[in-house]
Design a protein around this ligand. Structure first.
Ligand code: M6R
Length: 613
């Protein structure tokens, strides 16, 4: 977590850093701070504040600083509470060197004790402060790069750093291990950031730092050196194709709402890009060699976190049904520590919006170590997981800013389904007729999604009836059991109400005890092979006076008669249903959160990209 940004060039750095931090605030918003070179006073100007970036901006009102180099940070607290003292940048005692950090220094405690013994006084509770004191302890005028390298060599953990010094004002120094850092290449100016959105208004030419690489960034030049070999690395810049306007709100009150309503378009684009002559599925990033390997695999693992894990669970049903191969969906934080029995005959699919989630990245590294074939299903172009996996498919959802994942989730479901059908054709586990029928139906899904979203007003009315409640139960079966989990996750993360997702068949094994006239139960019951079982569950809820909010197939009179509120999806094959039912739940969560006055795009304690364990 944490967002970091750096600028050096011929423009005024401060506004550029603040703009950059606005785009990075999704990575954490416990505090914010900047450090800029103050050329007139030959010093560093450092200012930080607890809370969101707006609090820092408030502090900066009336300050007119002209500076052409600086660094900025927005924090998601790991070591030390959110406070001004713990905010970054951190500086050495003489205020010569300022440093920002994203990640965790695992051996900070022993290093801190050593430094204390040498007389260093700490001003924060962070692990980060150790790094700046380490640099200072090696520093002699003119050797900042060397001192930085020596300090980094002593640190364990995963981190991205940017360093600015008043003694060597013509450069910014950066280092990356595990956590992302991108360098934006401008004309007479250069940028560094955790994510390209921070500098996309200025340039779309990007160099991604790899693990254990240093960069010396001046206004004219970027020099990358490997920590391991000590050699200069020559890397070609990539070009970012999406524009900053895609990452802005476009008239909606929140990014989350904008992203919910973008889904029909995202679904349409995802399908059309993957269909050749409308009849065959192709992935431009998969080679013939990878296809040959796909033919031989004997088991598939789907590994991911949070919402992406729910996509993995849906993928589990899809791949099992159409590829007829053992499949296991698991959360990355379990997979990486459970000593999984995997080897060269297994395919490990990592699903991730950000492509930077620490546990998913560790799972990828473990799978590679064990020689499994790895495939990343990723949204953020050029992210670490996208680059490190053996094969990769982009989900094409475009930038997702709201912390609660919406369009990235449905794009993951769609991509998993396309991949399932692709693999089924490759391995000949689906016949041409069934394949074509499914593809024909698939093409209708974006239109169906638009139809589902037309119920927004009715969903709001339902949310008004229930937004004051503190407990919600979500039930589903088969493809819609993960939808129940996802609906519950959406509600709790943005409204802070307690919500629990369950496989409906499990209700009688415990959760039924919760049901009374005050318990809303969201029942996801579109046409499917377990429809009748869902209806029996709903009857059981009604018999105990529970409040039934149902999502079913249009014109389902039976379900309508059992429900207090009913929302519909168009009639479709059950394999597609979870892409549509979840839209109702996203809107419901959004409306409940807004009615409760929550900060929808930046819910408390969360960050968009979870780059710590
Ligand atoms: O970037 P990733 O898809 O790897 O992120 C995984 C989770 O952190 C993420 O889905 C999280 O659960 C979202 N806040 C859910 O809305």
């Amino acid at each position: 977590m944490c967002g970091i940004v750096g600028y050096i060039g011929n423009q005024n750095a401060l506004p550029i850093l603040l703009k950059g931090l606005e785009h990075l605030e999704y990575r954490g918003y416990d505090s914010a701070g900047v450090a800029c070179l103050n050329h007139q006073k030959d010093s560093l100007f450092v200012i930080k504040e607890k809370g969101k970036l707006s609090a820092l901006k408030e502090q900066l009102k009336g300050i007119h600083l002209l500076s052409n180099a600086g660094i900025g940070h927005t924090r998601w607290a790991t070591h030390g509470e959110p406070s001004r003292a713990n905010a970054h940048p951190h500086t050495d005692p003489h205020n010569r060197i300022a440093l920002i950090h994203n990640g965790i220094i695992e051996n900070y405690s022993s290093l801190k004790s050593d430094l204390r013994r040498k007389g260093v006084r700490f001003r924060s509770e962070t692990d980060t402060e150790v790094a700046v004191h380490m640099i200072a302890s090696f520093y002699k005028k003119g050797n900042l790069t060397e001192a930085f390298r020596k300090a980094v060599e002593k640190l364990h953990g995963f981190f991205a750093f940017v360093v600015l010094s008043k003694d060597e004002p013509g450069q910014l120094l950066a280092f990356k291990r595990s956590n992302p850092l991108a360098i934006g290449l401008g004309d007479g100016e250069n940028f560094i950031a955790s994510d390209v959105t921070a500098f996309l208004p200025y340039t779309n030419r990007v160099l991604y730092l790899e693990d254990d690489e240093f960069a010396v960034v001046t206004r004219e030049k970027v020099t990358i050196t490997s920590l391991k070999t000590g050699k200069v690395v020559n890397r070609k810049p990539s070009t970012i194709r999406w524009s900053i306007s895609q990452a802005q709100k476009g008239g909606y009150p929140h990014f989350m709402l904008k992203e919910i309503f973008e889904q029909p378009r995202v679904l349409e684009e995802t399908i059309s890009k993957r269909l050749r002559k409308g009849e065959n599925i192709f992935f431009d990033t998969l080679s013939k060699k990878i296809d040959r390997k796909f033919k031989k695999i004997q088991k598939i693992y789907l590994v991911s976190c949070g919402t992406a894990y729910h996509a993995g669970l849906v993928g589990n049903y899809m791949l099992g049904k159409y590829v007829r191969i053992p499949v296991e969906a698991t959360v990355s934080s379990e997979f990486r520590y459970e000593d999984p029995v995997i080897g060269s005959k297994d395919l490990v699919i990592l699903i991730t919006q950000s492509g930077e989630t620490a546990d998913t990245l560790a799972a990828l590294r473990l799978a590679k170590e064990k020689k499994a074939l790895t495939l990343a299903i990723v949204n953020v172009v050029g992210s670490t997981i996208a680059r490190d996996a053996d094969a990769m498919i982009y989900t094409q959802a475009g930038p997702e800013i709201g912390v609660a994942s919406t369009k990235a989730y449905t794009a993951q479901l769609e991509t998993l389904l396309l991949f399932t059908l692709y693999l089924a054709r490759l391995r000949k586990t689906i016949n041409a007729d069934d394949f074509s029928k499914l593809l024909r139906e698939f093409k209708k899904i974006p239109g169906y999604a638009a139809a589902v979203l037309k119920q927004a007003k009715a969903i709001e009315t339902c949310a008004r009836k229930h937004y004051h409640r503190r407990n919600f139960l979500y039930l589903g079966r088969g493809y819609n059991f993960p939808t129940a989990l996802e609906g519950a996750l959406k509600l709790k993360e943005i409204s802070y109400a307690h919500a629990h997702g369950y496989a409906a068949g499990e209700m009688k094994h415990g959760p039924i005890a919760l049901i009374d006239h005050e318990q809303p139960v969201i029942c996801i019951a579109p046409e499917s092979k377990t429809y009748d079982k869902m209806i029996s569950n709903i009857e059981e809820i009604r018999a105990r006076e529970g409040i039934v909010i149902a999502i079913g197939t249009e014109k389902d009179k039976n379900l309508m008669s059992l429900a207090d509120d009913f929302f519909s999806i168009p009639k479709t094959h059950e394999v597609f249903s979870s892409i549509l039912t979840v839209l109702v739940l996203q809107l419901f969560a959004y409306k409940v959160a807004v009615l409760n006055g929550r900060d929808v795009d930046q819910p408390r304690n969360l960050a968009k990209s979870v780059t710590v364990e």
